[in-house]
Design a protein around this ligand. Structure first.
Ligand code: T46
Length: 146
C-alpha cells in the first residue's frame, strides 16, 4: 500500500472525531457517547485484536451502517473509497475516532502487533447489509447518484 497515508480529503460520509481524554496521574479515560461523540445511537460494539501483521480485512461496504472506529492500542491503515474519493488513513491514538458512513468501501492492512481496533456501530450485525464485491459496490454507488 504505497498510496498517500493520512490523505487531506476523506470520502463523503467519513470524518474524524476528537475524543476527550480524561488524564490524571492514574492514567487516561476516554468516554464515547452515542448521539454525541458518535453521530448515531450505538447498537453494537466489537473490536479487532490479535490481527496478524500481514492480514488484510474489510473489503466491503455497508448499505446502511454507520460506524465509529477508534484504534485504542497500536495502529493500522484503512483505505476508504466512496466511488469518487479514495483515501488511506492511519488509525492510531485513543483520542481520535473515524466515522465511516454508509456506502464506503473499506480495506484494512498493516496492523501493528498490539493493534486493538474498537468499532461502535449504528445497527446490529446483518450480513445482508454488506456489499463484498467492489464492482457491485461501484454499480450501487452509480445507481444511487442517478
Ligand atoms: C467493518 C470492519 C471495520 C459477527 O458475528 N458479528 C459482528 O458484529 C461482526 C462485525 C462480525 N461477525 C462475524 C462475521 C464473520 O464470521 O465475525 C467474522 C469476521 O467478520 P468480517 O470478516 O466482516 O470482519 P472484517 O474485519 O473484515 O470487517 C469488520 C466488520 O465486519 C465491518 O463491518 O466495517 O470490521
Amino acid at each position: 500500500m504505497n498510496e498517500f497515508v493520512a490523505a487531506a480529503s476523506l470520502p463523503a460520509r467519513c470524518s474524524w472525531v476528537a475524543l476527550s481524554s480524561h488524564r490524571d496521574d492514574r492514567g487516561a479515560l476516554v468516554a464515547i457517547e452515542g448521539e454525541a461523540d458518535a453521530p448515531f445511537s450505538i447498537r453494537r460494539v466489537y473490536f479487532l485484536h490479535g490481527t496478524a501483521p500481514d492480514a488484510e480485512r474489510g473489503f466491503h461496504a455497508h448499505r446502511e451502517l454507520t460506524q465509529l472506529a477508534v484504534c485504542v492500542a497500536g495502529s493500522c491503515l484503512m483505505l476508504l473509497d466512496d466511488g469518487e474519493i479514495r483515501s488511506i488513513v492511519r488509525l492510531h491514538g485513543a483520542d481520535r475516532g473515524l466515522v465511516i458512513g454508509s456506502m464506503v468501501w473499506r480495506e484494512m492492512r498493516e496492523f501493528s502487533d498490539d493493534c486493538v481496533l474498537l468499532v461502535l456501530a449504528s445497527e446490529h450485525y446483518a450480513e445482508a447489509d454488506y456489499i463484498r464485491d467492489h464492482a457491485r459496490f461501484l454499480e450501487a454507488v452509480t445507481e444511487s447518484r442517478q
